[in-house]
Design a protein around this ligand. Structure first.
Ligand SMILES: [Zn+2]
Length: 152
């Protein structure tokens, strides 16, 4: 099922962890509506980058979120967040620093550059965090910092 011209429900719900552990990752109806909004945000990001956007993690059922060690209040469980890469555009740092000045225009309510346990990706969400300082952050093994910072 296509949510938008370039994003399908399948790619926003696919989880290698769910497959490996045989966990159900089927989203309920209200989550599908949220994923639609997320896909629309991803289209705007794709347009801005001028490159295909690969979703490495979209919706996570509570079981899948627990298995990947996601935050207990993760926007992924509500279908409001996606972890993305765009290899033909550049590194996660380049993606995040390109998107950071455009979050309002692109209606990205939270932008996180993550570099954890040797992996790097960009997390985007349609839900605005309670504290403004958390809207654009970098998370590494050392912790979270406001703004986008180059990863080691
Ligand atoms: Zn994420």
């Amino acid at each position: 099922m296509k949510l938008t011209p370039h994003f399908t429900l399948a790619e926003l719900t696919r989880s290698t962890t769910a497959e490996r552990l045989r966990l159900d990752n089927t989203p309920p109806a209200d989550v599908i509506r949220a994923l639609q909004t997320t896909a629309e945000m991803l289209e705007r990001i794709r347009d801005t980058l001028g490159a295909p956007v690969i979703v490495t993690s979209g919706y996570r059922s509570p079981e899948v979120n627990r298995a990947v060690g996601g935050a207990t209040s993760s926007d992924h469980m509500a279908g409001q967040a996606a972890d993305i890469l765009a290899p033909s555009f550049g590194t996660p740092y380049l993606i995040a620093s390109t998107l950071a000045p455009l979050v309002s225009t692109l209606r990205i309510e939270q932008l996180i550059l993550e570099g954890v346990k040797g992996k790097q990706w960009v997390h985007v969400s349609t839900r605005r965090p309670a504290k403004v300082i958390n809207r654009i952050i970098t998370i590494t093994d050392a912790g979270a910092r406001a703004g986008i910072h180059a990863l080691a």
